[in-house]
Design a protein around this ligand. Structure first.
Ligand SMILES: C[S@@+](CC[C@H](N)C(=O)[O-])C[C@H]1O[C@@H](n2cnc3c(N)ncnc32)[C@H](O)[C@@H]1O
Length: 252
């Protein structure tokens, strides 16, 4: 995921649209770009904003790995919002402790393209743990208190660079409190950002019941430029029922 114009440098015009659809949340466009060197990459443009490509998906995958590594026990229920090119969701599925993976995506067309195998990260994946559905992740969070062991949010380019203005409340204290409440005690909330997000970290740390708030900085180099992405994390205080405390972190 990158600022709007990045990632285009040095690429030839070998662009082919794989899918294009319009709906209440704007246009979504999935396209394949072939570079001068013959490399083929997928790009996702949402509502006119370059959302991501698959040149380097390490941080989308790290979003999942960072959250799951902080979860204890097995039988984990995980919420991923949104689908994008599927790398975060696919990474969750590689963890055998994940018992259920709810992926909530705003764009119906993207969910359809995933079902048709157009997203290589999930192509050929036939996994009964995966529940892919169309919706607004904010509504899913509000409807599911105490439901998930991990909530992974990658719906914008971060709180400072929204794909949809309507997502802004999610990053403010009441939205963060709702996301935290959607977790089971001891569960982990993780939010991807295309820039370090100290304000988000401070707001998350201040939410009642949040413990162990931290920011993991993720330097990435591409097209000769350096970027610093980030994942902001916190746990909900307490521990999963049936789990014994190890090391005594947190307040609960
Ligand atoms: C950058 S992509 C996610 C990338 C994903 N982590 C991956 O690994 O490919 C952002 C996705 O979030 C979706 N989205 C944006 N706002 C949303 C919302 N409120 N609820 C659900 N999905 C949303 C977009 O349509 C887009 O598919």
């Amino acid at each position: 995921m990158l600022p709007q114009t990045a990632g285009m440098n040095g690429l030839a015009d070998g662009i082919r649209d794989l899918g294009r659809a319009s709906g209440p949340h704007g246009e979504v466009l999935l396209r394949r770009r072939t570079t001068d060197d013959g490399e083929v990459h997928l790009e996702l443009v949402v509502d006119g904003v370059f959302a991501m490509d698959d040149v380097d998906t390490s941080t989308e995958r790290l979003l999942a790995a960072a959250a799951l590594s902080r979860c204890t026990g097995d039988g984990l229920q995980v919420l991923v919002g949104g689908l994008g090119l599927g790398w975060t969701a696919a990474t969750v599925l590689t963890d055998p402790r994940a018992a259920g993976v709810d992926v909530v995506e705003l764009q119906p067309a993207l969910v359809g393209w995933a079902a048709r195998g157009l997203l290589p990260s999930l192509a050929g994946v036939s996994d009964r743990r995966l529940r892919l559905r169309v919706g607004d992740v904010a509504a899913a969070l509000a409807a599911g208190p105490g439901r998930w062991d991990a909530v992974l949010l990658d719906i914008d380019n971060g709180p400072g660079f929204l794909v949809h203005e309507s997502n802004a409340p999610l990053y403010r204290p009441p939205g963060l409190a709702t996301a935290l409440t959607a977790l089971r005690p001891g569960g982990v909330l993780a939010i991807w950002s295309s820039d370090p997000a100290p304000e988000l970290l401070a707001d998350l740390a201040a939410v009642t019941g949040a413990v162990d708030a931290e920011q993991v900085l993720l330097p990435v180099e591409r097209d000769g430029r350096r970027y610093e992405y980030a994942v902001v994390l916190a746990r909900r205080a307490g521990q999963r029922s049936g789990q014994r405390s190890v090391g005594g972190t947190g307040r609960g």
